[in-house]
Design a protein around this ligand. Structure first.
Ligand SMILES: [Zn+2]
Ligand SMILES: [Zn+2]
Ligand SMILES: [Zn+2]
Length: 293
């Protein structure tokens, strides 16, 4: 089974359906299933590399591909839908795991979670420091605006307008592969910060994966902090086009979608009506990006 460029989860923190929720979007998901079901967010770049390893990573791995050959995780921020400490313990419990440690990357102040984890003693057993000593995991710190080579990609973290559990700005990641193809992972992000717009000037994105957390929720800020909605996303695409970052060849994928207002189907219909200058796909769990992007 290929593990290239697959959405393991496309939901926000509560998933769809939120198991405790009776709202129309959650009830519709229970009835219709398929693309209406959204697990917590994770994107598998390839066998070796993924972005976030969240609350549903273990269960999704049984359906979409195991994590045996996974060696690198870029974390966007410390919110628990994107980071699940139990995943580190599960690697430690694997009796036939690969020898290479699982490299875990935190950007800027999100790295503050590492000393906290080292002193943490999970209820289940052992502690994170022992996992490091045994070579099960290894932590690394990345910095905004500094490019690093990871798993054959050049990785540039840019500052997101979204605050994580430790008060840190989220990291959005610009990945450039060996052929120069670029993928920007913009979640969680909200309306981009000025220095992020600036850093993306003069870059051309082949793929933009973007949050669309609040879907069709009306009457929100036009340029929201924290999370985007569909209306802000359409405007963001225009701004990115006007500054030369994206064009009609850029393929956009919307993900990290919450249950407030819109089903998958409604979002698809909304974007179709916008007659956008570039192709936009509302992503679903298990969706694989086309190989030619
Ligand atoms: Zn999130
Ligand atoms: Zn709901
Ligand atoms: Zn978040």
């Amino acid at each position: 089974m290929t593990k290239n460029r697959i959405f393991y989860g496309t939901g926000a923190a509560e998933g769809i359906p939120d198991p405790f929720c009776r709202c129309p979007v959650c009830e519709n998901a229970r009835k219709v299933g398929g693309k209406e079901i959204r697990h917590r967010t994770m994107f598998r770049v390839n066998e070796e590399l993924c972005i976030d390893l969240g609350a549903d990573a273990a269960s999704q791995a049984t359906v979409l591909g195991d994590l045996i050959g996974l060696h690198h995780v870029l974390y966007t921020h410390t919110h628990e839908d994107h980071f699940c400490p139990m995943m580190l313990q599960m690697r430690g419990m694997a009796t036939h795991r690969e020898e290479e440690p699982l490299h875990l990357y935190w950007t800027d102040r999100a790295y503050d979670i590492v000393p906290f984890l080292r002193n943490d003693t999970p209820v289940i057993k052992g502690n994170t420091r022992q996992l490091e000593e045994k070579g099960v995991i290894q932590f690394h710190q990345l910095h905004f605006g500094q490019e690093t080579n990871i798993a054959g990609f050049r990785v540039l973290p840019l500052r997101g307008n979204h605050i994580g559990s430790l008060g840190e700005n989220s990291a959005n990641y610009l990945l450039t592969d060996a052929n120069g193809k670029t993928l920007y992972y913009g979640l969680d992000t909200g309306w981009y910060l000025p220095d992020t717009f600036q850093a993306l000037k003069g870059r051309h994105l082949d793929i933009l994966i973007t949050e669309c957390t609040f879907g069709l929720t009306p009457n929100m800020d036009r340029h929201p902090d924290g999370h985007l909605h569909a209306f802000a996303l359409v405007e963001l695409l225009n701004v990115l086009r006007d500054q030369g970052t994206i064009d009609e060849t850029t393929q956009v994928f919307a993900t990290h979608i919450c249950h407030w207002t819109s089903t998958h189907q409604q979002l698809v219909e909304y974007f179709k009506k916008q007659d956008l200058f570039c192709p936009l796909t509302v992503a679903w769990d298990g969706m694989q990006l086309p190989e030619d992007v």
